[in-house]
Write a protein that binds this ligand. Structure first.
Ligand SMILES: Cc1cc2nc3c(=O)[nH]c(=O)nc-3n(C[C@H](O)[C@H](O)[C@H](O)COP(=O)(O)OP(=O)(O)OC[C@H]3O[C@@H](n4cnc5c(N)ncnc54)[C@H](O)[C@@H]3O)c2cc1C
Length: 423
């Protein structure tokens, strides 16, 4: 299959893609649609639980958000823990915060266990205050994490300047649980581990229809059909018309990245500890370095223009010049964007679309730990765990009626943001 290069990570990951031939007319315990973190973690853990699993991926492993993201392995959600608890209540709230607070530890454990080559750093991530009010917000988050006994430090302006190599931020939250990876390396590593555990992983195969058959499911694809006792959809923001109403439960937004060519000594003051960073701005901004000393910057929206010409190119140059004025001229090597599924309350969802057909969706831009843990939870559920023990309640699908309007509004706001910050 001819594959397009979808991101820097696609080109730079040391792990190679793994795939096995799709064989129609077979029966499996679980059919999984989507070859990202959710689908592959489901496959790995299902096989470890003694089930036979078939992953069906329309394009290539990591084609969705999993192979395009910033690689920040963060704990829990964007929402502060106190808001998660308020929204999820006294049973699911504390359970979710506990389990997902330990999310990075579990991801790093899998990486270690399966020797995944994905450029791991475990020196934390920094949530940087872009304004004094951003810093106040971080104070609230820090206090709550501290109360829960988690290793998170609120750091002042001076210390954050040293950690990041610039004085433009007003302070930050350093989360010692977190780290960075090459996300495509991790995704392919999950595929290799799942394959090693017995999963069949087929790429270039699109699931086109799901039909109930007896106690199980018929999964039609463009390469023939299989049957399965259970089906898990790990299609998230890349959900197509396979289960038409599923596209309506989130608002799709884009997020983009530009990466410089590898930099030399002149960049050694930038994030010397190799933490990944995102800021408190409403239209979020992120910075990190990769293992080859490329500097990556990104924000919400799509790449406008190309890597070496056009709006996003000027935006990235201007942002880097403002934050790291001593860096001088730099060339960009590549740029890309991807899709994110946002929910109105910023919480992910677990839906049972029909008997034995499950999905987890709406990760709101935090999917490395979330997809990994939901995959494990699905595998435990299919092996007999009570639904009530899932990290989230199984909720009915709810159409976000305003999603098409908001999608357009966000798109315009994100372009405007690039224009304003480029001049
Ligand atoms: C630019 C960007 C930056 C991000 N940064 C971070 C970050 O730093 N940290 C973090 O934790 N998260 C981040 N995220 C979010 C994270 O990447 C996603 O939440 C996560 O990848 C979702 O994983 P998934 O497996 O659920 O879905 P995806 O990885 O999106 O996979 C869905 C797959 O389903 C396939 N598919 C869809 N329909 C069909 C069909 N009918 N048949 C077969 N296959 C089908 C698609 O081809 C796709 O490969 C970012 C996202 C983006 C886009």
């Amino acid at each position: 299959m001819n594959q397009e290069t979808i991101s820097l990570w696609d080109a730079s990951a040391e792990e190679r893609p793994i795939e096995t031939e799709f064989k129609p007319d077979r029966h499996v315990d679980v059919a999984i649609v989507g070859g990202g973190f959710t689908g592959l973690s489901t496959a790995l853990h299902c096989c470890e639980n003694g089930m036979e699993a078939q992953v069906i991926e329309a394009r290539q492993i990591g084609f969705g958000g999993s192979g395009r993201n910033c690689g920040l392995v963060n704990a829990a959600l964007w929402l502060p823990p106190q808001d998660v608890r308020k929204q999820l209540g006294t049973v699911y709230g504390p359970r979710f915060i506990e389990q997902f607070g330990k999310g990075p530890e579990y991801v790093f454990h899998l990486i270690e266990k399966h020797q995944m080559r994905c450029e791991v750093t475990r020196s934390g991530t920094i949530h940087a205050a872009h304004s004094p009010s951003g810093y106040e917000e971080l104070e609230g988050r820090a206090a709550e994490w501290k109360r829960l006994g988690e290793p998170v430090d609120l750091i002042g302006r001076e210390e954050v300047s040293e950690l990041i190599g610039t004085d433009v931020f007003f302070g930050g939250l350093l989360d010692h649980r977190a780290g960075t990876i090459n996300p495509m390396g991790y995704c392919r590593g999950l595929a290799r581990a799942a394959h090693g555990a017995g999963a069949t992983i087929s790429t270039g195969v699109t699931a086109t229809e799901l039909r109930k058959q007896g106690d199980g499911w018929l999964v039609n694809t463009d390469k023939g059909a299989i049957t399965a006792n259970k089906v898990v959809l790990g299609t998230n923001a890349y959900t197509d018309k396979l289960w038409p109403d599923l596209k309506k439960v989130f608002t799709m937004i884009h997020y983009f990245q530009l990466a410089t060519k590898p930099l030399g000594e002149e960049a050694s003051h930038i994030l010397p500890g190799k933490q990944g960073l995102w800021d408190t701005g409403q239209i979020m901004f992120n910075i990190r370095r990769d293992a080859f000393n490329r500097l990556l910057v990104g924000s919400m929206g799509q790449v406008v223009g190309s890597t070496d010409k056009g709006l996003s190119h000027y935006w990235a140059k201007k942002r880097i010049r403002k934050i790291f004025p001593t860096l001088g001229e730099m060339e960009f090597e590549t740029s890309w964007d991807g899709q994110i599924a946002m929910t109105p309350d910023h919480l992910p969802r677990i839906h049972e679309l029909d008997n034995g057909l499950f999905t987890a969706i709406g990760y709101n831009g935090r999917g490395i730990t979330t997809g990994t843990l939901f995959g494990k939870a699905f595998a435990d559920l299919l092996a007999g765990m009570d639904k009530a023990d899932l990290p989230l309640p199984v909720s009915p699908m709810k159409t976000v009626a305003s999603a098409p309007v908001f999608k357009k509004l966000y798109q315009s706001a994100f372009v405007a943001n690039q224009i304003i910050k480029s001049v």
